[in-house]
Design a binder for this molecule. Sequence first.
Ligand SMILES: Cc1cc2nc3c(=O)[nH]c(=O)nc-3n(C[C@H](O)[C@H](O)[C@H](O)COP(=O)(O)OP(=O)(O)OC[C@H]3O[C@@H](n4cnc5c(N)ncnc54)[C@H](O)[C@@H]3O)c2cc1C
Length: 426
Amino acid sequence: MQETKTDNDFDLIIIGGGLAGASLACALRNIAHENTPLKIAVVEAFALDSDAQPSYDDRTVALSYGSRCIFDGMGLWRSLSPYAQPIDTIHISDRGHFGVTRLTKEQEGVDALGYVLENRSIGQQLYATMLDDAVKNISLFCPAQLAGLQQDEHGVSVELVVDGEIKQLKGKLLVAADGNNSQVMKLLAIGNSRQDYQQSALITNITPGKKHNNVAYERFTDSGPLAFLPMTENRCSVVWTLGTQQAEELCALDEKDFIARLQERFGYRLGQIKKVGSRHVYPLFLQSATQMVQGRVALIGNAAHSVHPVAGQGFNLALRDIALLSELLVDSLSAGDDLSRPEVLQVLLQEYVSQREQDIKRVYRFTDTLVKTFSNSISPIGHLRSISLQLVDIVPDIKHQLALQSMGLTLGSSTRLTRLNRGLSL
Ligand SMILES: Cc1cc2nc3c(=O)[nH]c(=O)nc-3n(C[C@H](O)[C@H](O)[C@H](O)COP(=O)(O)OP(=O)(O)OC[C@H]3O[C@@H](n4cnc5c(N)ncnc54)[C@H](O)[C@@H]3O)c2cc1C
């Protein structure tokens, strides 16, 4: 490793400028210790407006109340909120069975149970922040692909392909935020365990005949869950879980036939569906990296864990990775720690792994149980789940626990509640 400092020397290199990587960079914008900025490089393969950009596509995310607090703490909620539609009520039902439960913002004493935003809008705000003239410590390499990665006890070194040329960057810490097909993990031979659900999510936006009144509908059907989430301009984001072949078939239908099939599954709570946007299909799986850290490398977001979108938990989980990792980094810098010292980084990253474990495992269990319980057409299970939905509705404590999980506020007793989790700045 070279000792001399160059413009290509960074404290932190983030591979992947998708939802997770860009959020981490923004959380750490203008962070400095004794006037020395924390130098950050963000490496992203696709331009923000490219059709191939896989993170900022036609999807929406349901942000939990807890994630809104994290964005508040980062000082980003003010720029995101004009694009956010609040969720005042979550209505959970089971098609063909009597159980229904409602979670409301009034019962939970919050402004909103969550918010729905388009991925593209989040991307635009995150990129505007990273590229803002007032932000001095972030260098964005985009489009640029990761081609090589080496690390030793003193630092990491990456080779990028930028405009067909090889460029080398050096850093003290590297964060893999390059999604569930992570090149960083391949280069470091980090494995993952993967459970394929043999299901896909068909996503689209629709305009309903009636006002959505900020209600999010989660409807469990014998083929899988169907969510209608309230969006701006009285649109609804639809996430429809189906067998993969069925999802492809429905995606290929003409608009009239597609609306008829969707209406038949969802019913008429929102009136007649008037318009439908473009449709896309995503395969669904539960994936978990075998290591969250290796040497000077830490994983966040989908690289570390991908979950079924049934309860809208994936990006919310990533934001909690980010809240912890950024706090550990800031506290370490404030204490005057030198991140190039291997023992300093090792302590920091071990803390990251141990503090994230419980929350991640609980989200795996929560989503996996929902998928398996509510994607089943066997009759006794159907009766059981309608009874459980009724129980949730009449037993306030169970309902409150479900609401807390949906709002991203149950982190587990051994999980540190960071400043960002509490809506406070770093
Ligand atoms: C249908 C569906 C609905 C969802 N709904 C919700 C929801 O309501 N709420 C919620 O919280 N979550 C939801 N999620 C999950 C959410 O989309 C993910 O958690 C989120 O995208 C994770 O972001 P990420 O940045 O970790 O990964 P990604 O979004 O996959 O981004 C990875 C980035 O890394 C870049 N990259 C990859 N390889 C390289 C390389 N070699 N070099 C440089 N850059 C590279 C990619 O171009 C991309 O920009 C949903 C997911 C699906 C599939």
